[in-house]
Design a protein around this ligand. Structure first.
Ligand SMILES: Nc1ncnc2c1ncn2[C@@H]1O[C@H](COP(=O)(O)OP(=O)(O)OP(=O)(O)O)[C@@H](O)[C@H]1O
Ligand SMILES: [Mg+2]
Length: 168
């Protein structure tokens, strides 16, 4: 389903590779947990996957599609990401509007949209917060809403970039 092939990436202002020759294969239906210390490159891998940054070397494949300028929007359509800090991800003024936004953007018709909004918010257990402002929720509740927004879009691949665990 997903293939990282010899991926190397260096941030412009760094003289050290953030990722070096990474190879990863993920099969359809598989759940993978990537574990690594702070700064080991987990979020960088997620950013590469949706073309927010481009690898210095290597290829990224989604089934038989190579990631490049002409396929990046197809990648983004098929991959949902909940970033580490969902605050930057909210666009709606209420929980239900926020989840609906992505669907409206994707041109999903109204009845289907309302159904998906309800179902995905139920799935994450936020049905009592429909009219709440995303920014006024707790950290975990924000993550639930961000997850609902991604679930509603029914992507083929979901990336959950977990909240940072602060080292003492
Ligand atoms: N925008 C950026 N510009 C320059 N360097 C960056 C940038 N983002 C991350 N880095 C560097 O790249 C390396 C990998 O960072 P990344 O965010 O991918 O780590 P991570 O595994 O997600 O860490 P964490 O567990 O803390 O979330 C780190 O050394 C970090 O300092
Ligand atoms: Mg990270």
């Amino acid at each position: 389903m997903l293939k990282f092939k010899n991926i190397t990436f260096t941030y412009d202002d760094k003289n050290r590779n953030a990722l070096e020759n990474v190879n990863l294969d993920v099969n359809k239906g598989e759940w993978i947990a990537l574990v690594g210390h702070n700064g080991s490159g987990k979020s960088t891998l997620a950013k590469l996957l949706v073309g927010l940054i481009q690898p210095s070397h290597g290829e990224i494949w989604l089934e038989n599609m190579l990631l490049n300028d002409s396929t990046v929007w197809d990648f983004r359509k098929r991959i949902g990401i909940v970033f580490q800090n969902p605050d930057n991800q909210f666009v709606g003024t209420t929980v239900e509007d926020d989840v609906a936004f992505g669907l409206e953007n994707a041109g999903i018709e109204r009845d289907e949209m309302l159904k998906r909004v309800k179902e995905s918010i139920d799935k994450v257990g936020m049905q009592n917060y429909l009219k709440h402002e995303p920014h006024q929720l707790s950290g975990g509740q924000k993550q639930r809403v961000a997850i609902a927004g991604v679930l509603a879009l029914e992507p083929d691949v979901i990336i959950l970039d977990e909240e940072r665990i602060k080292a003492k």
